[in-house]
Design a protein around this ligand. Structure first.
Ligand code: PBG
Length: 331
């Protein structure tokens, strides 16, 4: 196609008025694009502020339903729940993950009771339950064992589905876990439980505040680079996605968000399934600290970064700013 050049073409005509800009906008952010992550803590009647995530809190099980209702009222279709397991329940093998009445299962039931119309996503990984902070079972050398971990993750996913989770989201990066979880869900009569695979999850420096929020930062021995992806790699992300798709993932996720928009765009181009981006805790903190320091306007930073995910081709975004963003968009 050939385009007329200046002066026949003046690009600024398309930007001249608010109505023209609205009419020509290629992408739009809607509350239904957002998934709200929520942190759960033990106790009753409590909201526990998280200093590493200014403005966010952990909520006790009796309060978590209220958060979900607020999200639903703003048009947010789904919440993602993360437990801060009490320290005395964390063990080498993370067995609390398989306890029927653990924090996450209680929280799932509470959200479903309080707000049946909202979707519930749960994280499948052992890091909120292990004494060493890794996502799986470690051997004597501290190395995470793949197949042994997968066997536990399968049980964890089944338990979460039984508690009422609509989407289980393996965030552990073990090889083969999506297929194993899908098969177990089918066998267990849970054919309606969806899998959102953290398919391309990078070993990132942006997860710090999350690890504070779930209480695993101080515990983590070493790093997660033997299972999470190397930030240097892009093509490898497409292989990861292809494997998870072949194993039965219903949707895939790229994580973190903004620094990996190239990966979101590539996955969108190569695959015909929903792709989500996770704007992670460090990204949230960056925006909050930048705004607090006067480096930018908070609302504008929130909306511009979220819109960027849509432009890159994301179906939706997990974001700690989901409530604020939904309010700003105004449905
Ligand atoms: C745990 C998990 C992590 C996040 C989501 N699930 C942290 C990690 O892998 O260490 C990070 C989310 C965030 O930073 O907001 N498997």
């Amino acid at each position: 196609m050939t385009y007329a050049s200046f002066p026949a073409t003046r690009m600024r005509r398309g930007r001249s008025t608010a109505w023209m800009r609205a009419m020509l906008a290629e992408h739009r952010l809607h509350p239904s694009d957002l998934i709200l992550p929520l942190f759960v803590c033990a106790g009753r009647g409590c909201e526990e502020p998280i200093p590493a995530l200014p403005g966010l809190s952990r909520w006790t099980v009796d309060r978590i339903g209220g958060q979900a209702r607020e999200a639903a009222a703003l048009g947010i279709p789904c919440v993602a729940l993360f437990p801060n397991t009490p320290a005395d329940l964390r063990t080498e093998d993370g067995r609390e993950a398989l306890y029927r009445d653990n924090l996450i299962c209680q929280a799932v039931r509470a959200v479903k009771d309080a707000c049946p119309e909202i979707g519930v996503l749960t994280d499948v990984a052992l890091d909120p339950y292990t004494a060493h902070g890794h996502d799986g079972l470690v051997d004597e050398r501290g190395c995470v064992r793949n197949d042994e971990t997968t066997a536990v993750l399968v049980e964890q996913a089944l338990l979460q589905a039984e508690a009422g989770a609509d989407i289980v989201a393996p965030s552990d990066m073990m090889d083969g876990r999506v297929g194993a979880i899908r098969a177990a869900l089918e066998r267990g009569g849970r054919c309606d439980t969806a899998i959102m695979a953290y398919a391309a999850k990078y070993a990132s420096a942006f997860y710090g505040p999350f690890r504070d929020a779930v209480g695993s930062r101080g515990l983590l021995k070493g790093d997660k680079r033997s299972y999470q992806m190397d930030p240097a790699n892009g093509a490898e992300a497409l292989r990861e996605v292809a494997l998870d798709v072949a194993e039965g993932a219903d949707m895939v996720m790229v994580k973190p968000g903004l620094p990996y928009l190239d990966i979101v765009a590539a996955v969108r181009r190569e695959f015909r399934l929903p792709v989500f981006a996770y704007q992670v805790s460090g990204e949230y903190a960056m925006i909050e600290h930048a705004a607090a320091a006067g480096a930018g306007e908070r609302d504008a930073l929130i909306l511009e970064t979220l819109l960027a995910f849509k432009r890159a081709g994301a179906t939706g975004v997990l974001s700690y700013h989901a409530l604020d963003a939904a309010r700003l968009i105004g449905g």
